[in-house]
Design a protein around this ligand. Sequence first.
Ligand code: 13P
Length: 255
Amino acid sequence: MRKFLIAGNWKMNLNASDGADLANDVVSFVGKQTSVNVCICPPFTSMEAVAKSVEGSNVLLGAQNMHPEASGAYTGEISAVMLRHLFCSHVILGHSERREYFKESDAFINEKVKTALNSNLKPILCVGETLEQRESGQTSEIVRTQIQGGLSGILGSQADGLVIAYEPVWAIGTGKTATPEMAQEVHAEIRSLLGSQINEEVANRTRILYGGSMKAENAMELLAQEDIDGGLIGGASLKGNSFNAIIEAAIELSA
Ligand code: 13P
């Protein structure tokens, strides 16, 4: 059985002190329960404060991006080594906002995925189609290209911590959610791609999260789908009560 992973992507929101307060809220809600994994991904400026809040708790720390090189002349960038130093366990890679606004290619994302896996960081590789691509029937092809490109050259023995997030771009921050059936269909396709590209064992054990306007009201029916193993939550992760309600749905489904 795959354990649910509920991850909050705060994007470019909250300063260090508000971030620590929110992290404290999540830490006290999660308490000692271990049936669901919970991870929060603050902006870099809040990372250290949030690291202190989650220290010794069951809440994990993730980053929203990183550079593939370990160090060097890359102004404005952050490396895997720096993230590990703050006890970061996860890193979101290839988010659609990075693909769109910062022109990140599958090849560049693939370098980052490899570095993360080699640095003991679990990559959350994001894939997903735009509205135009969905309407023109290209969803499967886009997702296949992003999975094949993002995971190129990765062997089963290296894919231990790998996490995938399916985030249809048209559902991000729009209030429009993929129906559970629509999401399940793509999740199943992704799992089968993992099987053909890496191996069946990796396909069965890799968690595939759904992202795109997930909130307390729709979390239960999305998480109930066979191939949906958690959520990557933006807007609803910025308030303790709405994020904790999604965690609660996952806990209920795990019981
Ligand atoms: P929303 O939950 O705000 O739609 O954002 C989803 C997302 O992009 C998470 O990475």
